[in-house]
Write a protein that binds this ligand. Sequence first.
Ligand code: SF4
Length: 205
Amino acid sequence: MSMPMTITYTHGDNLYVNTTNRCDFACTFCLRHNGNNGSIYTDNLWLEREPTKEEILADIQSRDLNQYAQLVFCGFGEPSYRIDDIGWVIDQLKAQGCTSFIRMDTNGTGCQIHNRDICPDFANRFDMVSISLNAETAEQYDAIVCSDFTGSYEAMLAFAKEIQKYVPHVLMTVVDVIGEEAIEKCRAVCDSVGADFRVRAYIAE
Ligand code: SF4
């Protein structure tokens, strides 16, 4: 018998929306292949198939959005694969009066994935985009993320710059385990792009 799909789940004050398993990266630390058995990430978030946009909308609508600080489109993979459907879902929610603060957590390579500039698709939909910066040089980044594409570091930085035209809050994040020196170098990269910088606690499972 198939398990029910986990499309939305709560974490902290936020409601997260899991839209895809697909990812163009294979990060060394990714929970998709490092999670322990029994972890919510490995068991419940792996989607048997991708939910349709109608299923995503219905799942969000089954929640009381007033209870959450943010509605976060993420994925067990990279959510920008679903940018067309996510845009549709947000438009429906807004047409129904939704005023939630809406965020996407992304690796920032959606333009490479779609081979087009997806930044305008975020306009009037997202309040915040959070991009994983991961490392202060392209070389280190490539070794961590193992992208399907070449030039992903540069593409991610270009996205982080361009998306600021369309989204009021743009964050770049690193995990705390990279150490103080690397954090400060990443902060400088982030400053050069003009985004806000955030150090996240690494969650092992
Ligand atoms: S970008 Fe995210 S989902 Fe994709 S491999 Fe890296 S950590 Fe995993």
